[in-house]
Write a protein that binds this ligand. Sequence first.
Ligand SMILES: [Zn+2]
Length: 48
Amino acid sequence: MLKKCTKCNTYTLKDVCKCGGKAVSAHPPKFSMIKEQKYGKYRRQAKA
Ligand SMILES: [Zn+2]
C-alpha cells in the first residue's frame, strides 16, 4: 500500500522514507473514525 512520509510528505512504498522519516499509510484514520462513530450509534440505539 502507498505510504506517505510524515516528515517530508513524500509518497513511498517503504516504512521508512529516504529522508529517514517515518512513512504511514496515505489514508487510514478517517475510515476508522467513521467506523467508531457508527458503532457508537448502534450501541446507543440498542440500549434505548
Ligand atoms: Zn521523507
